[in-house]
Design a protein around this ligand. Structure first.
Ligand SMILES: Cc1cc2nc3c(=O)[nH]c(=O)nc-3n(C[C@H](O)[C@H](O)[C@H](O)COP(=O)(O)OP(=O)(O)OC[C@H]3O[C@@H](n4cnc5c(N)ncnc54)[C@H](O)[C@@H]3O)c2cc1C
Length: 253
């Protein structure tokens, strides 16, 4: 644990516990070490964090933000911690704010073809829930079974279905975000067509937690295709494949 000249660590911890009452706080233990640096990247990071804090709700998030502001500490937001580019690793003296426990699907609306989720919901969990209602959630990074929607938003994650449905940014309609001031703001909405001036929703997509903490996400769902046919086609040259893919996409197959 780091030593601070102006405040003792106990002072910081007391303030944190009071302001983030439902959070699980880990200091010098195995959990904190595991989440300080996930080891997925080629570059290593020291990760001498001050604390790993798994928040339960928005009140806890505000409490962590307040603590960081008062004691001049950096916050590193974290979802399922699958980042491969040290994006979720802790820099020295940081508070890692994990939204992994905020994993409730708040709403799935068939009428509006949208879902509203907390940031810790796992991509696969949302997709499975949507499929039970005849829809699906399109963005499919290879980490789909283990990465969170909050992390997917913050990295603009994408996978194979991106060719047809785009990356995460193409499925995000609205966000709630906690700013450094402790204010929670709503961006975007739940309609495909929105005219709110500057598109601040998309500014947050892919921002890797540098602009605020994503606290709620509204995403687009698609109706499940009526049928599925898989055909194997062999191409003698890669450019022939390329010439076949473009017109196939154009007819929305
Ligand atoms: C096996 C494997 C396969 C992968 N395949 C793909 C792939 O196909 N496509 C792809 O795009 N990526 C892929 N990734 C990378 C990674 O899974 C994605 O970047 C994923 O979106 C990260 O989600 P996460 O919940 O794990 O977020 P984390 O790793 O915890 O965090 C990622 C970033 O988002 C920020 N963040 C997390 N939650 C919040 C929040 N609530 N508010 C603000 N910021 C937040 C963090 O600070 C960090 O910058 C893969 C990773 C692995 C390990």
């Amino acid at each position: 644990m780091a030593i601070f000249s102006a405040y003792s660590n106990n002072e910081i911890l007391d303030f944190l516990k009071k302001n983030a009452p439902h959070a699980e706080i880990h200091l010098d233990d195995e959990v904190a070490a595991k989440h300080a640096a996930n080891g997925n990247a080629q570059t290593e990071i020291d990760g001498h964090i001050l604390a790993y804090i798994a928040v339960a709700d928005v009140k806890d998030i505000r409490g962590v933000v307040k603590t960081a502001t008062k004691f001049h500490l950096p916050i590193v937001p974290q979802g399922a911690d699958t980042s491969t580019v040290i994006g979720a690793d802790g820099i020295n003296d940081a508070l890692i704010l994990s939204t992994a426990r905020m994993d409730h699907i708040k709403e799935i609306s068939k009428e509006d073809s949208v879902a509203v989720v907390e940031p810790g919901v796992i991509n696969q969990t949302l997709d499975t829930a949507a499929r039970e209602q005849g829809m699906f959630y399109a963005p499919d990074p290879a980490s789909k079974p283990m990465s969170s929607i909050g992390g997917n938003v913050s990295t603009n994650a994408g996978g194979m279905s991106g060719v047809k449905y785009g990356a995460t940014k193409d499925s995000v309609l609205g966000l709630k975000v906690m700013l450094e001031s402790g204010e929670e703001i709503s961006l975007g909405g739940r309609t495909f067509k929105q005219a709110f001036g500057y598109d601040l929703t998309q500014l947050f997509v892919g921002s890797e937690g540098t602009l605020g903490i994503v606290t709620e996400i509204t995403v687009k769902l698609f109706p499940q295709p009526l049928g599925k046919k898989i055909t194997g086609i062999a191409f003698s040259r890669i450019w022939r494949l390329w010439h076949a893919v473009l017109p196939t996409c154009a007819i929305l197959v």
